[in-house]
Structures are given as structure tokens and as C-alpha cells.
Design a protein around this ligand. Sequence first.
Ligand code: SF4
Length: 259
Amino acid sequence: MQRVLFHSTIFGPIRSRRLGSSLGINLMPDDGKICSFDCLYCEAGFNAQGPGTTGLPSRDDVRRMLDERLCAMKENGEPLDVITFSGNGEPTLHPDFAGVVDDVIELRDKYFPSVKISVLTNSTRLGDKDVAAALAKVDNNIMKLDSLNERTVRILDRPAPGFDIEKTVERLAAFGKGGIVQTMLTRGSYNGETVDNTTAEELDALIEAYKTISPREIMIYTIDRPAPAATLERIPRDEMERIGNIIRTRTSIPVQVSC
Ligand code: SF4
């Protein structure tokens, strides 16, 4: 079974397709995964690998480790574009997520005031007012919306019980221009069920949702590294560009295509 990619709380900087030189913050365990989705394409592997043994880093530990790392990067003149919350699961599940965001903003302002702060979230915790308020403080809320079709979401994203697509769209819309919506485009099969969120029907529904949400930007991307579900396809560049153009034309919202 594919295992987690990130083995520390602070990792990188790595060269991100979408974000540039990115110093990562992993608020989940170093040796396991915790997420409210269990996406077939997750670079951290499936949830079945378990939560590991290290537990979640405390707010104080995250602050200390980030302070040390940013201080060293500044002394060494290392370039940095963005500090990104991602890692082995859903960062907003950390019980001190809002406090950690405050610390990261303070440390960013101290060492690299022009650097952006991004959070990659699966949008499942937007109904928590503390999480939503914390997300509203960062530069880039990059919030997942892969499909409006319940069957597709069930197969592709495999949410924990209680996930509600319509409520999620409402909550994304509350961010409006303050948010960025990201969509993974892929197709394939898993356990005998096929999935494809690049069909005309899927794209029509996504476009209507994007128009309702009216985010600052839409990011579409496709499989980059081998996915835990090996049959999932990387969508060819020309098709991604074509889909990006359709979304741009029909929504009048900027679209970033990563492939
Ligand atoms: S939401 Fe993100 S971390 Fe969670 S399973 Fe999906 S890709 Fe992985």
C-alpha cells in the first residue's frame, strides 16, 4: 500500500506546479494519514494505512519548528514564494488550526512579509466558524470541489459520512472572491466502478457551481504522481487546456490549468 509522502511537520521547500517554491506545513502525523476524504488520487495514500504513531504536532511545536526553519532560510538567503498547509491529510482537522494560522501569519510577517500563505483544504470543515474565520485570514484558500454528482464524489473522494455537496457549495459561496476553488480532473475505475469527472454533464454541473460560488480563481489539475488507485488517468494537456478554456469562457473567472 502506498504510504504517506511527508515525514515531518515542516517540509520542503518543494517546487509546486501551482504555487512556486513552497514550504509545507503538515499538521497531521509524520507517519500516518488522517482525512475526512479518502481520495483515490491522494498523494499521501489511502486512509487505510492508519493514523500512525506520532500523533498531531502541538501548536507550540509547529510554531517552534517553523520559527527555526524560517530563521535559517532567511539567514541562508533561500528563496520562498509561499507557506502551504498540506501534508498527510486535512489540515483543518487539527484542533488548534485557527491558532496555528495566527502563529504562521505572525512568523511570515517577521521573516518573509511578502510571502503568501496558502491552505489546501477539502472544504469539509467550512461549516465550523473558527475554521472558516481562520481560512479567511490567509492569502490563498484553495478549496476542493471535484464534482456535483453524488456518485462521483462517493467513488472519487470517498468522504466520511455526512458530507453534503449542496451545503459545501453554499459554504464555498460564502467565501466568494476570497476563495480559490480547485478541481482534480481524472477518470478510471476502482473496485469495479468507473468514474469520470471530465464528461460534459460533470463539467456543466461544475460550471454552474463555479458561477454560484464566484471564486477569485479556479484551479484545475490532473494526476501528477502515481495515484494509490493505479487505473486513474492523467488527462492529456490539450484536453486540460480545452476544458480550462470552456470554464473560463462560461464563467468569466480566471482559470489556472496545471498538467
Ligand atoms: S482531501 Fe486531500 S489529503 Fe484528503 S484524501 Fe483527498 S487528496 Fe488526500
